[in-house]
Design a protein around this ligand. Structure first.
Ligand code: TRP
Length: 454
């Protein structure tokens, strides 16, 4: 194993690029978080505002990350160093590495739960349980000291094995395989859900906007969710785009990834709300919607254990293609900046993130009394990453692209050195200079001073 692997690994195909980037975007954020956040914020109205932000701010921020990564041809930190040598803009990349640690620590803990729930569904463990039993068992499981940690470590090792195999032979190969599987499973579950009797009200809830429910908070939640769901603000897409070919059209790729991510979020809503309404459950039942409410619903359906298993496999697959992108941020940084082999970098990154992850897991059990600023370790990691580091990273990224990097460099990347036309360029520049910074600064200030965005 050479210590500094050259030449750099790359994605081999257009579909590989879309699968990897959409795989990063589509995750627990779409299937676990989006339905309950939409459920708590008025359904259809939230969806519309969310889509508006994805297009107006998400796509331009994603194009900015793509331009930085492909220009820099390095990890998130190194790409800034290359474009703006001798400045401290590269601290954005460093912040991204810290954010990746935090997000992976709590995300892998939830991802581990999906594995336990696959096994429970397959072995008919939910049979005959009342909603109260399901709730007690869920809480019993996440608060037990060993089992959730064991599953979390299994999930981290799976992630590490794929990352270790490299960009083309690991990330691209597996996301190309897993993303179609994910699409197939979610469509299967959508069909099951909308054909349930009484499911129509669920579709109305999701697609008929009730604007009387919209408050300032709804709008801010929608923007925060757009950032998290599109994997923006911490250099995951800078890192991925550093492996894109010079021929890739960055603007259309960003649009395609944003559309895929939004379609999957909408399908997740189509899968969950009809079932929720058909069985008379509160759509705003919060984070437990997926782990307590849904198994309850599956219990009442014919073939429930089968569909339950399919659902949790779907969730695990979606989470895996996201954890890969998070780990890659850290591995690329370690291997390129500390000049160690990819193998060593993967090992160090996985081991150290897992240690932090164990504390995140334990905060539901033995460490549940241990709080910092009134938050458990899990919540603190989620809060700091999602509500502070991601928006701050996003803000700095658009400021960098809009005001510092120089129009010429950015235009070169977006037009592939003048080969593509970029009729949207003026609009793009205005968004990254003015609209996006103002909007992002607003959520950042709101979430820091007025408490959690969830
Ligand atoms: N977007 C993923 C989801 O919706 C999570 C994720 C992966 C992420 N990589 C990220 C979030 C980078 C923020 C930044 O579940």
């Amino acid at each position: 194993m050479p210590t500094n692997p050259t030449p750099r690994d790359n994605f081999g195909s257009k579909f590989g690029i879309i699968a990897a980037a959409a795989g990063s975007a589509v995750g627990l954020g779409n299937i676990w978080k989006f339905p309950y956040v939409a459920g708590e914020n008025g359904g259809g109205a939230f969806l519309l505002i969310y889509l508006f932000f994805v297009l107006l701010i998400g796509v331009p921020v994603m194009m900015s990350e793509f331009a930085i990564g492909r220009k820099g041809q390095k990890n998130a930190y190194g790409s800034f160093s290359l474009i703006a040598p001798g400045t401290r803009w590269n601290l954005i990349g460093f912040m991204g590495v810290v954010a990746a640690f935090f997000i992976l620590a709590f995300y892998s803990s939830v991802a581990g739960w999906t594995l336990e729930y696959i096994i429970s569904s397959v072995s008919h463990r939910f049979a005959g349980q009342s909603p109260a039993d399901l709730e007690r068992n869920f809480i019993g499981f996440i608060s037990s000291p060993l089992k959730p940690i064991a599953w979390q470590l299994v999930f981290m090792v799976l992630t590490a094995l794929i990352v270790l195999a490299g960009v083309k032979k690991g990330i691209e190969k597996y996301t190309k395989l897993l993303m179609p599987v994910l699409l197939f499973l979610i469509i299967l579950l959508c069909i099951r859900s909308v054909t349930l009797e009484g499911g129509k009200d669920g579709l109305a809830f999701l697609f008929k906007p009730d604007f009387s429910k919209v408050t300032g908070k709804t709008i801010l939640f929608a923007l925060g969710q757009a950032f998290f769901s599109l994997s923006l603000g911490m250099g995951a897409l800078i890192t991925y785009s550093s492996y894109f070919s010079k021929k890739e059209n960055l603007a259309s790729t960003a649009v395609e990834v944003a559309i895929s991510d939004s379609v999957i979020a909408i399908l997740a809503g189509v899968m969950i709300f009809p079932a929720v309404f058909a069985f008379g459950i509160e759509p705003g039942s919060g984070p437990s919607l997926v782990f307590i409410t849904l198994p309850g619903i599956f219990q009442q359906m014919p073939g429930g254990d089968f569909f339950g298993a399919v659902f949790f496999i779907l969730l695990a697959v979606a989470a895996l293609t996201s954890t890969i992108s998070l780990l890659e941020v850290v591995v690329a940084f370690f291997s390129e900046e500390l000049k160690i082999s990819r193998r060593k970098a993967t090992f160090i990154a996985t081991a150290s993130i897992s240690v932090l992850g164990v504390f995140a897991s334990l905060s539901f059990g033995p460490l549940d009394k241990f709080t910092i600023f009134g938050k458990s370790i899990f919540d603190l990691l989620d809060y700091t990453a999602s509500n502070v580091l991601l928006p701050l990273g996003g803000l700095l990224i658009v400021l960098f692209v809009g005001w510092f990097a120089g129009k010429k460099i950015i235009k070169q990347e977006l037009t592939n050195e003048g080969e593509l036309r970029a009729k949207y360029f003026l609009a793009f520049v205005n968004i990254v200079k003015f609209v996006a910074p103002v909007a992002i600064a607003a959520i950042l200030i709101y979430s820091i001073f007025w408490g959690g965005l969830g």
